[in-house]
Design a protein around this ligand. Structure first.
Ligand code: AMP
Ligand code: ZN
Length: 431
């Protein structure tokens, strides 16, 4: 099969680690020579890239944070002349300027190659038709997937997000077999397919969907899989590391493989910066091992996960990470308790009668309001059923988070629809 680079994907661990070390030394030498900001960091830490003997020594190198991207903004981290850059992608930061990442021709080809490996890993072939409903533009999501799918020979429909009616028509008219969307938008699209009385299992040719760009739970995966009768594969990435395809599930859907010939991964305690014990949850830190224009060393992703070291049934030796549990900066505090939006989502999507959309509103430090759309039959039905559903939601959120929420049940279609990343938490305390 094309792009099933068996030898590389099943490389024995010692060999893979040897390759990582060679690449790490090379990339450190490059940033030392070409990037004053990195040279200073390495010199201050007393590190000479030529003397690195083992992968563990990476722990002596200072982290790269989002803030470092702005020190010599925008071109300061380039290791190639601007003439060698062929594309810019950005990701919105929380303040001011966007994070800017530059790709050389080799980087574009490589990012496509990595996505190609990912798609093939899930069973996709050149006979598939991919409806790519991420945003084309400055974001990485759509473009990187597009080039990767084309590399496999997949027929790509560059749909972009939104206009749900048109999305469904495209699926029907052209026989889309695979989707690339955010999970929140897919939930919405699935609900519209139902509202229109379309039986997706009979009238559409969908087989799989690659969902990512935001956290979602196993419950959401199952809900969409059941609604559409397809397989959903979790696709994780961030602009700073090329975008989608940094972590991707194989057919076993049990954790996301990271292509370790391209990324060196660590998981650290976000407070202390020290590595966590094997398999413990912490913040993912990534080093690009094969990037030409703008390598990043020990980049703090802020994403929380854990490394799964056990070998995968698929035979690939590149280790996996668990589903992203949230971002360390997504956490909010109510009544002194730390809560991740993901915990609420996981509860809601596992409850029968809850529809696709919800929102968490925080207007005081003592109360969390959960606004949740419910199925039409229940909304229009008997009051006892409504009360029972509301109590179930309150109880389950309380046992998952230790905080009793105020729950508002809403008619389907009340809350804003997201076509990209959903904004689930409205924190009025910080506005
Ligand atoms: P961006 O650089 O704008 O594409 O955003 C990247 C961020 O989106 C990551 O750092 C994660 O926080 C989030 N993200 C992307 N894919 C996933 C995924 N599959 N699961 C959870 N979060 C994700
Ligand atoms: Zn696997």
């Amino acid at each position: 099969m094309q792009y099933w680079h068996k030898e590389l994907e099943t490389l024995p661990r010692e060999k893979l680690e040897q390759l990582q070390l060679e690449r790490l030394k090379k990339i450190l030498k490059r940033v030392y020579q070409k990037v004053p900001h990195y040279r200073k960091k390495l010199q201050d830490a007393g590190i000479n890239p030529s003397n690195i003997k083992s992968l563990d020594e990476i722990r002596n190198i200072p982290f790269t944070t989002k803030e470092d991207l702005f020190v010599d903004y925008p071109y300061g981290l380039l290791t190639v002349p601007i003439e060698k850059v062929i594309r810019l992608h950005t990701s919105s930061g929380t303040t001011g300027k966007p994070k800017a990442i530059f790709f050389s021709k080799k980087d574009i080809e490589n990012s496509a190659e990595l996505i190609a490996r990912c798609l093939v890993m899930t069973g996709a072939t050149k006979n598939d038709i991919l409806q790519n409903s991420m945003t084309y533009g400055l974001f990485t999501g759509a473009f990187v997937m597009h080039y990767g799918a084309e590399k496999v020979g997949i027929f790509v429909i560059p749909a972009g997000p939104g206009n749900t009616e048109r999305q469904i028509n495209l699926m029907r008219d052209f026989g889309t077999t695979m989707l690339h969307m955010t999970p929140s938008y897919t939930l919405y699209v699935a609900s519209v397919i139902y509202d229109k009385g379309i039986d997706p299992k009979k009238e559409l040719k969908l087989k799989r969907a690659y969902l990512g760009a935001e956290p979602y739970s196993e419950e959401t995966r199952k809900k969409i899989e059941n609604m559409l009768g397809i397989d959903i594969y979790n696709c994780y990435g961030l602009t700073e590391m090329n975008g989608p395809g940094v972590g991707f599930e194989c057919i076993y859907k049990d954790g996301l493989h990271i292509w370790e010939d391209n990324f060196l991964m660590e998981v650290i305690n976000p407070e202390t910066g020290k590595p966590v014990n094997d398999g413990e949850i912490g913040e993912l830190v990534l080093t690009t091992l094969n990037r030409e224009a703008m390598p990043l060393i020990r980049y703090r992703t802020r994403d929380l996960t854990r490394i799964i070291s056990e070998p995968c049934k698929c035979g690939r030796t590149h280790r996996r990470i668990s589903r992203i549990l949230g971002r360390s900066d997504d956490m909010f505090i109510v009544k002194g308790v730390n809560i991740f939006p993901q915990q609420i989502e996981q509860v809601l999507m596992g409850i029968n009668g809850v529809a696709q959309n919800y929102q968490i509103v925080l207007d005081s430090y003592d109360e969390m309001i959960v606004r949740v759309e419910i199925d039409r039959e229940i909304f229009d039905g008997k009051i006892e059923k409504l009360v029972r559903l509301k109590d179930e939601i309150i109880d389950k959120i309380r046992s998952a988070t230790m905080v009793k929420p105020k729950v508002e049940l809403l008619e389907p279609g009340t809350l804003p629809i997201s076509e990209g990343k959903a904004k689930r938490v409205i924190d009025k305390r910080t506005i």
